[in-house]
Design a binder for this molecule. Structure first.
Ligand SMILES: Nc1ncnc2c1ncn2[C@@H]1O[C@H](COP(=O)(O)OP(=O)(O)O)[C@@H](O)[C@H]1O
Ligand SMILES: [Mg+2]
Length: 354
């Protein structure tokens, strides 16, 4: 294994990214169990729609968004417990609203749509949730399983996007009137809103009023006011972004598998998200066959010998292709079993070997 004897010190955040189907959820779960086995207090959060994880852990839909404590979920010899949370943006928003003492915002239909999965506020709410869990002080480490592709990483790379919701002029105004607004009624918020929105926006709203009926515009304004009333949770999440990019606080793992197409996707992802994953990140090559192939005893005359050599060569090429871009290349073997529970248990052992 490249990176032999390289002990990976766990950090406050352990983040798994990569394209679809390469093993992010499986590896994140195995890392979380590995750390829990070492006696750490671990929370495993998955932002991805992790149907498989849900099935594996025996969780049902009504538990989405909640932190669930599981004791030795895969019945291994080791006794440990682990907290698991399937991210649910609406549940996160609910907590923010209640925490900000404005539960009335939960009735807003526009916010209801925006906070649905894929509703547009997913990434920011994921950051907010992560921030809240980190600040709870309950955990030594939080393992994060991100959705496939670069969406979450792009988002993280651009704190400015949070300012899409909190345009600088709004932030300034709310810094001044924030206190008052927090304790005031929605009507007060609306008055402020009316004062600060540009006349162009007002015109647009006036037009929408005509075509959609007054209810929509009312709710739209309520939604904006509600987001401002809960702004501190969102703005707090900006600080988290810095922590996630700090190598003292976070380990990043870019997961790929031993296929040229997946490696190409991984390198593209790395390029797209420059600034998030640094040269301190690790790359995981999952489903490696070299160890298994090495144990094959095949006579050099056999055609299988050719196959063995070709596959080994293919893996070596991939490793050398990835090596220059990362702190270390971590190899995880293909587990020869059809059971995802076996995959996880075996991969837990591999973490201990690294
Ligand atoms: N090292 C491995 N060996 C064998 N199967 C694996 C390995 N890693 C993951 N798998 C299996 O591959 C499938 C996809 O893994 P998953 O973790 O859901 O990928 P992702 O989260 O990246 O979409 C699952 O069935 C999982 O059990
Ligand atoms: Mg997954």
């Amino acid at each position: 294994m490249i990176g032999n004897n390289l002990s990976i010190t766990s950090k406050k955040f352990e983040i798994f990214s990569g394209t679809g189907g390469v093993g992010k959820t499986t590896l994140a779960t195995s890392r979380a169990i590995d750390l829990a086995n070492q006696g750490m207090r671990v929370l495993l959060i998955t932002i991805a729609p992790a149907k498989r994880l849900k099935e594996l852990m025996g969780l049902n839909d009504s538990q989405a968004g909640e932190v669930i404590t599981l004791n030795n979920p895969f019945q291994t010899d080791q006794d440990y417990s682990i907290d698991v949370q399937l991210m649910n943006p609406q549940k996160t928003f609910e907590r923010i609203a209640i925490g900000s003492k404005c539960p009335e915002v939960l009735d807003n239909r526009i916010l209801e749509i925006l906070t649905r999965p894929y509703g547009g506020l997913n990434e920011i709410l994921a950051l907010v949730e992560l921030n809240m869990q980190s600040q709870s002080g309950h955990y030594d480490t939080i393992v994060l399983d991100t959705p496939p592709g670069s969406h979450f990483l792009d988002f993280l790379d651009s704190a400015q996007r949070i300012n899409v919701f909190f345009d600088q002029s709004f932030i300034d105004i709310f810094n001044v009137v924030g206190k008052k607004l927090d304790t005031s009624s929605l009507n007060f918020g609306k008055r402020i809103f009316n004062k600060i929105v540009s006349s162009g926006v007002k015109k647009l709203l006036g037009y929408l009023n005509k075509v959609t009926g007054e209810k929509f515009v009312e709710e739209f304004i309520d939604a904006i006011v509600a987001i401002y009333k809960t702004k501190s949770s969102f703005l707090d999440a900006l600080n988290l972004e810095k922590r996630l990019k700090n190598q003292k606080e976070a380990n990043w793992y870019l997961v790929t598998s031993v296929e040229q197409s997946k490696v190409k996707e991984a390198l593209e992802l790395l390029q797209q998200t420059e600034g998030v994953m640094s040269e301190h990140s690790y790359v995981i090559i999952n489903k490696c066959l070299e160890e298994t192939l090495d144990s094959w005893e095949i006579s050099s005359e056999s055609k299988l010998s050719n196959l063995k050599e070709t596959l080994i060569q293919k893996e070596k090429t991939i490793k050398h292709q990835l090596k220059p871009h990362f702190q270390a290349v971590l190899e995880f073997p293909e587990i020869i079993s059809l059971s995802p529970v076996d995959h996880i248990n075996e991969l837990v052992l591999n973490w201990k070997k690294i």
